[in-house]
Write a protein that binds this ligand. Structure first.
Ligand SMILES: Cc1ncc(COP(=O)(O)O)c(C=O)c1O
Length: 449
């Protein structure tokens, strides 16, 4: 045991697996055992492991300029290049880019930019943010307040109320749909609930609605038919901004550049991280459109400073690596490859619907989940998280890394560079893990009669 406080870990079960090295879509533990990395680390290693071009880029930038900051008029070419590339890529008019180091800090930055913006246009009372159940937006104090998962809230005493965080239902049709309800009717119900919440709070107090295009850590929740059209109509009616958390969906994960493109969202704000550097360096970006930026810049100029910034905002090594990652995405047509492999992955997973433990197979592009249930007919979930945890372990024994999420969903999010035979390998190993889990569940008598 080391002295580490491990993140997002049961302190009674630390140091279960020591990963020592990685290559392509595989990682290896300290005994030399190979695993297909079916979750891309934490949904982030899109270009896989050990990419020499990226290693060289980092080394070259370290030699040239190890560090420089962006405060008080200083800048450097690596950060300027990346900001302009991102602004040109995103589906927002005249986008402006604030650089950070993590998805959480990008969302915290956007909380502050949102408040700064409404203050600048003379509406400081418009600060509340609507976030969804089962959302994941990070774990810093403001981002955790936006997150809608119990474990990230309990005992932390988060100032969600002071921050004006309002909660609305998730897009989880399989779990939250009513018996006999169609996807369209469910989407309409969610929009009606949103409308009611806005009416109750007063639209002029609400600044933005935050959503992951497809939710990741909440269980890989793919919005049902009509969902975003219905939600969008309500937000537009009340002038509420759409805040698009693309930390997982951005950069090819859904088979196109951004989730916003795949699902036809029209964001005013975006959070980017993970795939931005394929996790070769920690880096994030918080973006706002030009219409939001103008008053922010004006107020900042009046104040003499826009008083927000991190030591590592625009770290040159992270920026150089991210720019190289974007170049590789373009040059190697990675998003088109992800779209093709995504279709193959989703088709290959579908037969697992027949497995006695699998209630639903859901996904889009290169992200998917299998929801394990005690009874397929009634969708009765297993109590606690132990069945999902067993399945994660069984897959690991079979040489596949997956992640069990709350509610016993098994999440998949392989590197975008995966090939067809490797998708076959992933599905075979997953099926082996499921069979082991079924044997366990029968032994323990956990299934419905
Ligand atoms: C959608 C989303 N937003 C924000 C975050 C937080 O990112 P980070 O862990 O880099 O702070 C995550 C992390 O998984 C995420 O999935």
């Amino acid at each position: 045991m080391t002295q580490m406080i491990y993140p997002t870990t049961d302190p009674a079960f630390t140091e279960q697996l020591v990963i020592e090295r990685g290559e392509g879509v595989y990682v290896y533990d300290d005994t030399g055992k190979q695993y297909l990395e079916g979750l891309s680390g934490l949904w982030c290693t899109s270009l896989g492991y050990g990419n020499e071009e990226l290693v060289e880029t980092a080394a070259a930038q370290m030699r040239k300029l190890t560090y420089s900051h962006l405060f008080g008029g200083k800048t450097h070419p690596a950060a300027m290049q990346l900001a302009d590339e991102l602004a040109a890529m995103v589906p927002m008019a005249d986008a402006r880019v604030f650089l950070g180091s993590s998805g959480s800090d990008a969302n915290d930055t956007l909380v502050k930019l949102l408040r700064y913006y409404f203050s600048a246009i003379g509406q400081p009372g418009r600060y509340k943010i609507i976030a969804r159940d089962r959302a994941y937006h990070g774990v810093t104090v403001a981002a955790a307040s936006l997150t809608g998962l119990p474990a990230n809230h309990a005992h932390f005493g988060l100032p969600a109320e002071a921050l004006g965080v309002l909660r609305t239902g998730s897009a989880h049709f399989y779990r939250d749909g009513l018996p006999g309800e169609s996807e369209e009717a469910f989407s309409r119900r969610r929009a009606d609930e949103l409308e009611a919440l806005i009416q109750a709070q007063g639209a002029d107090s609400i600044a933005a609605f935050i959503a992951e295009p497809v939710s990741g850590a909440g269980g890989v929740i793919v919005p049902p038919a009509g969902y975003y059209n219905e939600i969008r109509a309500v937000l537009d009616r009340h002038g509420i901004l759409f805040w698009d958390d693309e930390v997982i969906c951005g950069f090819g994960r859904l088979g196109s550049d951004f989730g916003a493109t795949a699902l036809d969202l029209q964001p005013s704000m975006m959070a980017l991280a993970k795939g931005l550097s394929s996790a070769y360096m920690p880096i994030s970006a918080a973006l706002i459109d030009g219409q939001m930026y103008e008053p922010v810049a004006q107020l900042g100029a009046e104040m003499g400073v826009f008083g927000h910034g991190y030591t590592y905002s625009g770290h040159p090594v992270a920026c150089a690596v991210a720019s190289k990652v974007l170049e590789i995405y373009r040059r190697d047509d990675i998003f088109a490859h992800a779209a093709a492999m995504g279709r193959y992955l989703q088709d290959s997973l579908q037969p697992l619907c027949e497995h006695p433990l699998v209630g639903e197979v859901r996904g889009m592009g290169m992200i998917a989940a299998l929801e394990l249930v005690a009874c397929k007919e009634t969708r009765r979930p297993f109590a606690g998280n132990s069945v999902g945890a067993f399945c994660q372990r069984a897959c690991q024994d079979a040489g596949l890394i997956v992640r069990a999420l709350g509610g016993n969903s098994i999440a998949l999010c392989p590197p975008l560079i995966i090939t067809r035979p490797q998708v076959d390998e992933l599905v075979d190993k997953l099926a082996a893990g499921l069979d082991q889990t079924l044997a366990h569940v029968k032994r323990e008598n956990l299934l419905s009669d």
